[in-house]
Design a protein around this ligand. Structure first.
Ligand SMILES: NC(=O)c1ccc[n+]([C@@H]2O[C@H](COP(=O)([O-])OP(=O)(O)OC[C@H]3O[C@@H](n4cnc5c(N)ncnc54)[C@H](O)[C@@H]3O)[C@@H](O)[C@H]2O)c1
Ligand SMILES: O=P(O)(O)OC[C@H](O)CO
Length: 337
């Protein structure tokens, strides 16, 4: 396919490499001309993926019109809270038949909308031209060609298959799914749970605690997904438990790392300053994921606790006390209403 990756952060760059390795004609868009130049001539993105040699035929430009001209697959690789504004600027340059593929794992704070909903609203494109990619995909590991799988979700299965084919390489295995809601909720919610895991690890707690948070995090993600109309089997797959385990367990995760700094005693500002400009989506999305839960009467205690720490001044010690002090529950309950 003729593809463009709009955004040259760590995941956008790794995804562009996968697409190029899979034989597609790929261009990247970078906001900064000097980064576009470094990718095109130096075959590296030193700010985000240092040490990774990019394919020689992968080029980048800083002019969105040039990047988008005549592209069949438009990969949206900017952070979730900036997607609306960016897409509005790209709109006039989009090919009318293009597939818009979202990589972002977040829920818009100002509207509570998932990324595919934002894309539909801004672009006016039909659902069959909007897809999402989500799974256990730490950018650095994918860029190093370590084996991994992902999910391409689109309501139109044939379109999902087209995108699947474009992404298939010897080291990256895409699966398809028509459950866009479940795929997106899995990706957004796991970032919030990874913050909680990081906090626990930073406080010195071990694997029993981490496993408990992952498992109970999955439980509240499933409750939210069910309330929003997701197929809960999606959350038992790569975009659910798969991504949750990868993100909550890996020191490469920005969300887990951000949480670990909080658990070690850093302030929010100190943790933010240490991100090197990279996005930890859960810090903002804890607000919108919590709001979705509240709107739908879904109990989400871990999300609530992370929200309180990130927005209301709760300390990590108070968070632990609040979570452990909750009333006794059966393990399986609906948790709504
Ligand atoms: N990094 C990963 O391992 C990974 C894996 C899967 C999914 N994701 C998701 O992909 C999305 C993008 O993440 P990333 O890892 O590439 O982020 P990043 O922080 O590495 O890079 C973000 C990119 O977007 C640009 N950007 C930031 N704010 C912008 C704005 N307001 N307007 C335009 N561009 C802006 C930055 O310059 C940078 O090029 C996120 O939603 C993330 O959750 C990341
Ligand atoms: O680094 P994070 O925390 O944004 O997580 C990266 C990916 O989403 C893992 O699948």
């Amino acid at each position: 396919m003729r593809a463009v990756v709009m955004g040259s952060g760590s995941w956008g760059t790794a995804v562009a490499k996968v697409l190029a390795d899979a034989g597609n004609d790929v261009v990247m868009w970078a906001r900064r001309p000097e980064l576009a130049e470094q990718i095109t001539t130096g075959h590296e993105n030193g700010d985000y993926l240092p040490g990774v040699t990019l394919p020689a035929n992968l080029t980048a430009v800083s002019d969105p019109a040039a990047a988008l001209a005549d592209r069949e697959l438009v990969v949206c690789a900017v952070p979730s809270q900036s997607l609306r504004d960016n897409l509005a600027q790209w709109l006039e340059h989009l090919s009318p038949d293009a597939i818009l593929l979202s990589l972002a794992k977040g829920v818009e704070v100002s509207t509570g909308k998932r990324m595919s909903e934002v894309i539909a609203e801004v672009s006016g494109f039909p659902a069959r031209q909007i897809a999402v990619l989500s799974g256990p995909n730490l950018a650095k590991e994918v860029a190093q060609e370590q084996p991994a799988a992902t999910v391409i979700a689109c309501v139109d299965e044939d379109q999902a298959k087209r995108v699947q084919e474009a992404f298939a390489t010897g080291y990256f295995r895409p699966y398809t799914n028509t459950d866009v809601v479940g795929t997106e909720i899995g990706g957004a919610a796991k970032n919030v749970i990874a913050l909680a895991c990081g906090i626990a690890a930073g406080m010195g707690y071990g694997q029993n605690t981490i496993a408990t948070i992952i498992t109970r995090g999955l439980a509240e993600t499933i409750r939210l997904g069910a309330a929003l109309g997701a197929d809960i089997t999606t959350l038992a797959g790569l975009a659910g438990i798969g991504d949750l385990v990868a993100t909550c367990s890996s020191p490469l995760s920005r969300n887990r790392t951000f949480g670990a700094r909080l658990g070690e005693g850093a302030t929010l500002d100190e943790a933010q300053a240490a991100t090197n400009g990279q996005v930890a989506e859960g810090v903002k999305s804890c607000r919108s994921v919590r709001a979705l839960g509240q709107q739908h009467g879904v109990e989400m205690p871990l999300t609530e606790a992370v929200y309180q720490v990130c927005n209301e001044g709760m300390t990590v010690q108070e968070m632990a006390v609040a979570l452990l002090g909750r009333s006794p529950k059966p393990e399986v309950y609906e948790g709504r209403g």
